[in-house]
Write a protein that binds this ligand. Structure first.
Ligand SMILES: *[C@@H]1O[C@H](CO)[C@@H](O)[C@H](O)[C@H]1NC(C)=O
Length: 989
């Protein structure tokens, strides 16, 4: 859910809110772009772009930053020195301590601070209570591992001009630190991959006292609302005088940011040498392979912006910021991937240009003639960058996962289907939807309550008239193992007789304004305060609010949705908090803005682990706002999209982008939040949504009801089939989540990720593989389309999932698949085995003890096909104590057998602890059917197969269907009779 940006600036009175809101919600209204800053309206962004323009166009440019060689020392995998920044012609210098760390994991990290601010030797303006240091705690929230120093890293060469450090696995990596001008060249196997300050755009705005000069005749505000003409003027004035107009305060709309520490941005150019694709830095609309941002045909004019924002009706194909930020970028070329993680939580902009010049000295020695240059600009904080040298996309996601953590093992139910709208209006309404879903045989796991369930937007309360009996409602849901998710936002209504706000105030746990008193702003409830989740005391208090006997009406099957946590402040600048607000520790909001959503979601996550003494279950918390690390505490969705075909289309690259940047538990609102989807669109959206890692339908309060059973035939039936398809594949989804949890692997994977050598696939972002199942999906995202073109990345055989037709194709070919409305284009790649559960039921909980079906898609060469299945209780943390089953299935065409072995090589009973009740029961669950697609002709006539398991041998029936008319031969073994937790072999010989 969202708020209207447009409103913020013309805010008058709360009474005007409701009427104004409904007007603003008219679906035809697109985001008011002018409510959000463009680079030229952001002082530090425009200063750094001007700096770049000057540096890149003047032949005499030399970066004024150099390491004082005698300041440097290298010890235990870490190089420390001081960079001197020379100011103008004065010869005056500013000391910037730099640390370059080399980690055992093979990542390197470059951190630049500023001595004066570090030591607190600066004066704050306006009697500010803010901290004087550059923000240095992002690491504390974000980094969870992978930073053990590499004691084996060695200085390879050193003289007065440079230092070379060899590091990483088998010393394959090398960092060449040049002293003057300062630059670092990161090499792998002797060739340059990533270069820092190669273009000389490093810029650390040092502290300086304000010199009061007579103001030129300019009224306040004019500078930021600068017209195109002033902008040109400013650029022309460069480089003589710097543009100081926004150093000391800055206006946007009616807000003035007081900037007590003056200008303090950090910026750096990072070149990816010989790379022509860069991915990542979500969340934005637009293609997965990022565009150039400095104009030119097909390019953006604006840098990608990273500043968590409640963007009302966001537009497509834009570098505009959205609700969440992950400042992790990957560069890819044939057979090589490298990446950088820019650890800074302040407002950030990233310019991207590609340079095709073969004379470019940077690209010498690489096969590709294109290099990608990126320019990272953050408003405040440290300059802190991690360098990942690959070489595969999987190495990048794994190393990034080590640094920031991986996806939490989810509640199993959360992979099912979620039914949401703003709003289910009463407990009876909820119960009615619950019954209707059953009546129409539509499985679902979770029904959601948006803000209207509360008593007057007071969280932790219920509207007594409409939700008189929440426990009764919860119990009905529980009858079929279903769950309820209630929304809880960070804004706390500022009203009398509301204990939650009284405690927030009396305990001083709210975010403060620049004067140091509790910040007050406007959100759904009207006047509100914001809980400050950076404060340990606030988090502890927050946790107390969720206890079952405090948040009455909730029970074990209640989970939580955190919305509006950018934070959204209706009357704030750009619909968020003033940057000079103060958080715990007196850090300015400007320093921590992009972390805010994550700390709030994390506080809720921890709250859910302590609802009742002795109960420790996995939380489920959905967030709208996020940062690097949010994957550790829940799921995200792409915010307030629209019921339009292009939004359906855009959801795929957005979800793929989340996956490759470590936060794969993501999805888009099925059906589109704003507006009313036509029936065909809604149907196609369910087919696509069934393949989002997070699968939720949601709708705006002004949209017509659209629960999937309402749509009518043939749509109801088709949507029901999509839901049942999702449910039958849940075992494979859960297995993919396990992989993501272990090593950061995305859950749905783009082509460049699975096929890093196939250049034709690098820019493809409308089809994807699911986990390691070999399932290749290409959703239909256009109106009246009855076919899709799908690109086949390799020479494997591909079968149609439903018909077992062999797709006539070869490597690199694009084939057209027929896709009438009832058909989702879904292929099975040869060489994989995956697990399903084929009995349709009402919810995932009811499928828990069902037998499995294993599907073998035989490889083109008929030989190996492999896959795995991971299962645990889906609810507790017992899996951390070995209470899980992880099987590996190997089909060997030559030996004519399918075998199941423990995927981790454990002998039965090897688990660290004694088997619990769940394990005992689960081990006995069987494999009921085995489907072998692409079965050998030699099996024709065979009626049985031999099964060996647990010291016994028996026969199971097999039905063989010969190949016909483009369809592969297939065999179905029935009543296999093996237990999922045991070793077994099925012999087809
Ligand atoms: C999450 O909350 C826990 C418990 O309060 C705290 O220790 C941790 O630092 C928090 N992390 C983030 C990212 O907010």
């Amino acid at each position: 859910m969202h708020v209207s940006g447009p409103l913020s600036s013309r805010w008058t009175a709360y009474l005007g809110l409701l009427s104004a809101l409904s007007a603003a919600f008219a679906p035809a209204v697109a985001v008011k772009e002018h409510d959000f800053k463009k680079c030229h309206q952001s002082g530090f962004c425009s200063r750094n772009r001007a700096f770049a323009d000057h540096a890149l166009t003047s032949s005499a440019w030399q970066s004024p930053y150099g390491i004082a060689p005698e300041s440097g020392s290298f010890k235990d995998g870490q190089y420390q020195a001081v960079i001197l920044k020379t100011i103008g012609d004065s010869g005056e210098t500013v000391r910037l301590p730099i640390t370059v760390s080399f980690h055992e994991s093979g990542t390197a990290r470059v951190t630049v601070d500023e001595e004066k601010r570090q030591k607190g030797e600066i004066e704050l303006r306006h009697d500010s209570k803010a901290r004087k240091e550059r923000y240095n705690e992002a690491e504390q929230w974000v980094i969870v591992g992978g930073t053990t120093l590499d004691k084996e890293a060695k200085v390879g060469f050193e003289d007065k001009t440079q230092l070379t450090v060899k590091y990483g696995p088998s010393s394959k990596f090398e960092a060449i630190i040049k002293f003057s001008p300062f630059s670092i060249d990161f090499k792998r196997d002797g060739s340059s991959q990533i270069k820092f300050n190669g273009q000389g755009l490093l810029n650390v705005e040092h502290w300086r006292p304000k010199i009061e000069k007579p103001e030129p005749e300019k009224t306040e505000g004019e500078s930021t609302e600068s017209t195109e003409e002033n902008k040109v003027e400013e650029t022309v004035e460069e480089p003589k005088g710097e543009d100081e107009s926004t150093w000391w305060d800055e206006n946007f709309g009616s807000n003035t940011d007081s900037k007590p520490r003056g200008p303090e941005s950090v910026a750096l150019d990072i070149s990816f040498v010989g790379y022509d694709h860069v991915f990542g830095i979500p969340s934005h609309t637009g293609p997965l392979s990022l565009k150039q941002t400095r104009g030119g045909e097909g390019n953006y004019e604006e840098p990608y912006r990273l500043y968590n924002s409640d963007v009302f009706e966001y537009i497509l194909d834009s570098p505009m910021t959205l609700y969440g930020v992950i400042p992790f970028m990957q560069a890819h070329r044939k057979d090589s991937s490298v990446g950088v993680f820019w650890l800074n939580a302040a407002e950030t902009w990233v310019d991207i240009t590609k340079n095709k010049d073969s004379k470019n000295p940077l690209s010498l020695g690489t096969k590709s003639k294109t290099s990608t240059h990126t320019h990272w600009i953050s408003e405040s904080g440290l300059l802190d960058v991690f360098v990942l040298l690959g070489p595969t996309p999987k190495d990048l996601t794994a190393k990034y996962g080590e640094l920031t953590g991986t996806t939490a093992m989810p509640q199993e139910f959360s992979l099912g289907y979620h039914q949401c709208r703003w709003n289910y209006v009463s407990d009876d309404d909820v119960k009615d939807v619950d019954r209707k879903m059953d009546k129409f045989k539509m499985p679902y796991d979770v029904i959601w309550l948006d803000i209207e369930y509360t008593s007057e937007k007071k969280y932790f309360t219920w509207d007594k008239h409409t939700f008189a009996d929440p426990i009764g409602m919860g119990k009905q849901l529980d009858r079929h193992g279903r769950k309820l998710v209630t929304i809880i936002d960070p804004h706390i209504k500022n009203v009398d007789n509301y204990p939650v706000v009284e405690e927030l105030k009396s305990k001083e746990l709210g975010v403060k304004n620049k004067e140091g008193s509790i910040f007050e702003g406007w959100c759904w409830p009207g006047s509100s305060h914001w809980v400050d989740a950076f404060s340990p005391a606030a988090r502890e208090w927050w946790a107390s609010l969720f206890k079952y006997d405090t948040f009455k009406g909730t029970m074990e099957n209640t989970f939580v949705w955190n919305d509006m946590n950018e934070p959204s402040v209706f009357n704030g600048p750009e619909t968020t908090m003033p940057k000079d607000n103060l958080h715990y520790g007196n850090w300015e909001h400007r320093d921590v803005h992009n972390l805010n959503g994550m700390t709030f979601q994390n506080a809720t996550y921890h709250a859910l682990t302590s609802r009742k003494a002795g109960e420790l279950r996995r939380p489920f918390v959905l967030t709208r706002s996020f940062f690097a690390g949010s994957q550790r505490v829940g799921a995200m969705w792409t915010g307030d999209n629209q019921a339009a075909w292009d939004h359906l289309q855009e959801s795929i690259p957005m979800v793929l982008s989340q996956g490759i940047t470590g936060f794969p538990f993501s999805g888009a609102d099925v059906g589109g939040f704003f507006g009313n989807p036509e029936k065909e669109l809604l149907t196609r959206w369910y087919q696509a949504g069934a393949f989002y890692p997070f699968f939720r339908a949601h709708a705006h309060i002004d949209s017509r009801r659209r629960e999937p059973y309402l749509i009518g035939e043939p749509y109801t039936n088709i949507i029901g089939a999509a839901l049942r398809l999702r449910y039958s594949l849940l075992p494979s989804w859960y297995t993919a989540f396990r992989q993501a949890h272990l090593d950061g692997t995305p859950i749905i994977k783009p082509m460049f990720y699975t096929h890093p050598s196939e250049e034709a696939g690098f820019a493809i972002d409308d089809q994807f593989f699911v986990g390691s199942t070999g399932l290749l999906v290409k959703p239909v995202t256009a109106k009246d389309k009855e076919s899709v073109d799908i690109w086949i990345p390799d020479a494997e055989v591909y079968y149609d999932y439903f018909s077992y037709d062999v797709i006539p194709t070869s490597k690199g070919k694009t084939v057209t698949l027929s896709a009438p409305l009832e058909k989702l284009p879904l292929l099975m790649r040869g060489g994989h085995v995956f697990a399903r559960r084929d009995i349709p039921r009402r919810s995932s909980a009811l499928m828990r003890w069902d037998d499995y079906t294993l599907v073998v898609a035989v490889a083109r060469d008929g030989r190996l096909a492999e896959g795995d299945l991971y299962v645990d209780d889906g609810d507790s943390f017992d899996f951390e104590r070995g209470q899980y089953i992880h099987r590996r299935f190997v089909f060997d065409g030559a030996a004519k057998s399918l075998a199941s072995v423990d995927a981790e090589g454990r002998a039965p009973g090897d688990a660290n602890e004694e088997e619990g009740a769940w394990m005992k029961k689960m081990r006995a669950v069987g494999v009921d059917r085995i489907v072998v697609v692409g079965a050998q002709a030699a099996w024709a006539g065979k009626k049985t197969v031999k099964v060996l398991s647990e010291g016994r041998t028996w026969e199971a029936k097999m039905e063989y269907t010969p190949a016909a008319q483009g369809r592969a031969a297939f065999a179905v073994v029935k009543k296999v009779g093996v237990r999922i937790g045991a070793d077994w072999t099925v012999d087809f010989a």
